[in-house]
Design a binder for this molecule. Structure first.
Ligand code: NAD
Ligand code: ZN
Length: 350
């Protein structure tokens, strides 16, 4: 197959709100890299930060970068040293490109490498017809995994890694934040043997939508319902055994600390927008364990994700909207309303 020399892609072309569709050269690949022809991409909360050009984006993302990091497609070309994948393979990929110098990377804890760079954040991204990716990062997909599921495996990995960071069998689990990751985590917790799963948010649309993906979950809008009353209603007389903080919101974490059992475990994925006060006396007095979660485990989380999908974890209800890539502006406008699950762009429709 002859490759084109140029491609369309979504670029953070100006230091202001928005993304711009531009024509750029198709990336060249190194001997250890793979060129992926992108078929589907999904829009992430991180992309919204970049789109809106908030303080985090200004500090982290270079103007002129091709954005996007949730994708699936087919291998279009391979470098001379690539052995594990071949042209035509259906793939997605890990969006964190790691170094090989740090203690953690040398020890095989690649996801804890401080030299990590993010595709679509620091490196050219996947909102494009073609993406160059190290072979190391490529995840082959079975025929049975749809492209659009491949395109949401990046956030699914955050949900799986966080949910599986503590034993959930027979446990009562509180998840704060019904964003896409919190909703997926609720479905994973149920599948992983949790007894009761409670998901909180302040947005009714999201909690209603969450019922389609994780129907066994008790949804709580904390603006309308008292979490303690809900705990009594569902037969809990102590506290939550495991907490998954997936909002980054101050009231959510403090409510979690209040409602945990003595000796409970909390995994924290949500990124606080700014520092906030927490009553550490509760962490000490309740003998809680708090664990920060970054990204996903390379590549154990990918193994677990594919195994969960193989064993029937159905994430297709997470996808609420599909747009042609040429209509990206509509997709970003929709994402801004907060009334969507995962939103997919089709890169064959340009
Ligand atoms: P999201 O912003 O779509 O969802 C967060 C949800 O929290 C929203 O629905 C919001 O209404 C809700 N919320 C706000 N205040 C709340 C409260 N007091 N109680 C309960 N819910 C409340 O985010 P997402 O894409 O699902 O990601 C979840 C979080 O994880 C975000 O903070 C994101 O930045 C973070 N994240 C972290 C990593 C990591 O590696 N640590 C990776 C990806 C995402
Ligand atoms: Zn993402």
């Amino acid at each position: 197959m002859t490759l084109p020399t140029t491609m369309k892609c979504l670029v953070k072309a100006n230091a202001e709100k928005g993304l711009w569709m531009e024509e750029r050269p198709v990336p060249t690949i190194e001997p250890d890299e793979v060129l992926v022809k992108i078929e589907r991409t999904a829009i992430c909360g991180t992309d919204m930060h970049i789109y809106k050009w908030d303080d985090w984006a200004k500090a982290n993302v270079p103007v002129g970068l091709v954005t996007g990091h949730e994708y699936a497609g087919y291998v279009a070309a391979i470098g001379s040293g690539v052995r594990r994948v071949k042209v035509g393979d259906k793939v997605t990929g890990e969006g964190h490109v790691v170094g090989n110098r740090s203690r953690n990377a040398r020890a095989g804890r690649f996801h804890l490498d401080p030299d990590t760079k993010g595709i679509g954040v620091n490196l050219p991204g996947a909102f494009a017809q073609y993406l160059a990716l190290p072979e190391f990062n490529v995840i082959p997909l079975k025929d049975s995994v749809p492209l659009e599921i491949g395109a949401i495996m990046d956030p699914l990995g955050n949900a799986v890694h966080t949910a599986l960071s503590f034993d959930l069998v027979g446990e009562d689990v509180l998840i704060t934040g019904a964003g896409p990751i919190g909703i997926m985590a609720a479905a994973i917790a149920a599948k992983s043997g949790a007894r009761r799963v409670v998901l909180t948010d302040i947005n009714d649309w999201r909690l209603d939508f969450a019922k389609k993906v994780a129907p066994e979950t008790r949804m709580v809008n904390i603006l309308n319902e008292n979490l303690r009353d809900v705990m009594t209603e569902i037969g809990m007389n102590e506290g939550f055994d495991v907490g998954l903080e997936m909002s980054g919101a101050e009231p959510a974490l403090n409510q979690m600390l209040d409602t945990m059992i003595m000796g409970g475990n909390i995994a924290m994925l949500g990124i606080p927008a700014k520092p906030f006060p927490v009553d550490l006396g509760k962490v000490v007095g309740k003998a809680l364990t708090l664990r920060g979660i970054y990204g996903r485990q390379m590549y154990e989380t990918w193994y677990k994700m594919l195994a969960l999908i193989d064993s029937g974890l159905d994430m297709s209800p997470m996808i609420t909207h599909r747009f042609a890539a040429r209509d990206f502006q509509e997709a970003f406008d929709l994402m801004e309303t907060g009334k969507s699950g995962k939103v997919i762009l089709n890169w064959n429709e340009l």
